[in-house]
Design a protein around this ligand. Structure first.
Ligand SMILES: *[C@@H]1O[C@H](CO)[C@@H](O)[C@H](O)[C@H]1NC(C)=O
Ligand SMILES: *[C@@H]1O[C@H](CO)[C@@H](O)[C@H](O)[C@H]1NC(C)=O
Ligand SMILES: *[C@@H]1O[C@H](CO)[C@@H](O)[C@H](O)[C@H]1NC(C)=O
Ligand SMILES: *[C@@H]1O[C@H](CO)[C@@H](O)[C@H](O)[C@H]1NC(C)=O
Ligand SMILES: *[C@@H]1O[C@H](CO)[C@@H](O)[C@H](O)[C@H]1NC(C)=O
Ligand SMILES: *[C@@H]1O[C@H](CO)[C@@H](O)[C@H](O)[C@H]1NC(C)=O
Ligand SMILES: *[C@@H]1O[C@H](CO)[C@@H](O)[C@H](O)[C@H]1NC(C)=O
Length: 314
């Protein structure tokens, strides 16, 4: 391939050379031609707070700065001008008393209001009266007000009505989060949030849901939590929180024990049949015998006699 430094034939501009020139201009972007940029710090500001417009890529040999409200240089919208050496600051028609221009061109804006939202333009002029312009944007938001929290009922009975908690706010453009006992709420399969998170439905309610609920609203610049709302859940202590009664659990246990006892009795009965009676047994036989009769009695009331008819052990 032909080297770009080698001259091309007369009257013929090599396209490779043009391409290289474009490539070089993008790679070797000289810092002096870097665009003047204005950045608002922070980008989103709460009303009443201060903001600074930082100026980057300021050119050299500067003679003066001018700050303007809006996205262009308009002398009717001048905030202030700053002349360098000797320093001379002149307020413009829209100066509000809250702005300060620094020697590096940055503009400090104190106690901003929502009306300050918009574009701001800086014009810089060098000693040969050549100008450059940069524009930045300021977004001022109202901090959110404290929300309130409401419940369909703050004293509820376990497994009965659903509980609906509502986060009340008049602010818009917000997001909502829920807290339970001062921790971020962990949603269970019994809980459902509305699309905007403003309502929390718990259905069915369980004793472990009792506690302090709180909602928090936030926007880009602020956050605020509601007061705590205490939810009391009344429950039957004989019931498990899953809804299975202690009686039912007891029944299952007794049933299993009875089954085991029945099998044991059967094994014992077969053993007695095989060994031919109680004769060879120890002193515990009386108890065992009575027990056997009890089991037999349970099995058949009509045909089996009570323990009273059994002769005492020898
Ligand atoms: C310009 O000066 C101000 C005040 O001294 C300072 O806060 C700011 O960081 C400076 N701006 C830049 C871009 O360094
Ligand atoms: C900020 O501005 C508001 C009106 O916009 C004013 O009531 C308040 O006193 C100002 N605060 C400060 C600290 O200057
Ligand atoms: C002023 O700015 C112009 C355009 O950016 C530049 O050509 C000129 O050299 C600058 N003058 C000085 C004294 O830096
Ligand atoms: C709240 O729930 C309790 C228990 O379920 C019930 O007795 C009471 O009537 C309910 N109150 C309201 C206002 O619905
Ligand atoms: C919302 O606005 C209404 C009417 O101005 C007011 O009564 C209510 O207290 C406000 N609610 C909240 C949560 O700020
Ligand atoms: C709703 O809450 C969840 C987690 O609690 C959060 O990730 C999500 O951003 C919230 N959505 C809105 C619209 O507030
Ligand atoms: C949550 O925090 C508040 C205040 O910080 C406190 O009064 C309350 O007892 C806490 N609740 C729990 C369940 O930790």
């Amino acid at each position: 391939m032909e080297l770009p430094t080698a001259p091309a034939g007369k009257g013929c501009v090599p396209w490779q050379g043009l391409l290289l020139a474009v490539l070089l201009s993008t790679f070797w972007n000289p810092p002096t031609t870097a665009q003047l940029t204005i950045e608002s710090m922070p980008t989103n500001v709460a009303e009443g707070k201060d903001v600074i417009f930082l100026v980057r890529n300021l050119p050299g040999n500067l003679a003066a700065y001018g700050w303007y409200k809006g996205d262009k240089v308009d002398h009717h919208q001048q905030i202030a001008s700053y002349k360098i050496g000797p320093v001379e600051i002149t307020p413009g028609p829209v100066y509000s008393g809250r702005e300060t221009i620094y020697s590096n061109g940055s503009l400090l804006f104190r106690n901003v209001t929502q009306e300050d939202t918009g574009y701001y333009t800086l014009q810089v002029i060098n000693t040969s009266y050549q100008g450059e312009v940069g524009t930045g944007q300021l977004r001022v938001y109202q901090p959110v007000a404290q929300p309130s929290i409401q419940a369909s009922n703050t004293t509820v009975t376990e497994h009965q009505d659903p509980v609906v908690l509502t986060c009340l706010t008049n602010d818009t453009g917000i997001s909502i989060q829920w807290f339970f006992n001062n921790q971020s709420l962990q949603l269970t399969e019994r809980m459902k949030l509305s699309q905007d998170n403003s309502t929390l439905t718990i259905d069915p309610i369980r004793r472990e849901d009792a506690g302090d609920y709180q909602c928090e609203v936030s926007n880009l610049v602020s956050a605020s939590k509601s007061d705590l709302l205490r939810l009391d859940v009344k429950y039957d202590p004989t019931l498990g929180s899953s809804g299975l009664s202690a009686g039912a659990i007891g029944g299952i246990v007794i049933g299993v024990l009875a089954g085991v006892a029945l099998i044991a009795a059967l094994v014992y009965f077969l053993y007695i049949r095989k060994t031919g009676g109680y004769d060879g047994l120890s002193s515990c036989s009386a108890f065992s015998k009575a027990n056997r009769h009890a089991w037999e009695r349970e099995g058949d009331f009509n045909t089996v006699s009570g323990p009273a008819s059994v002769p005492p052990p020898s």
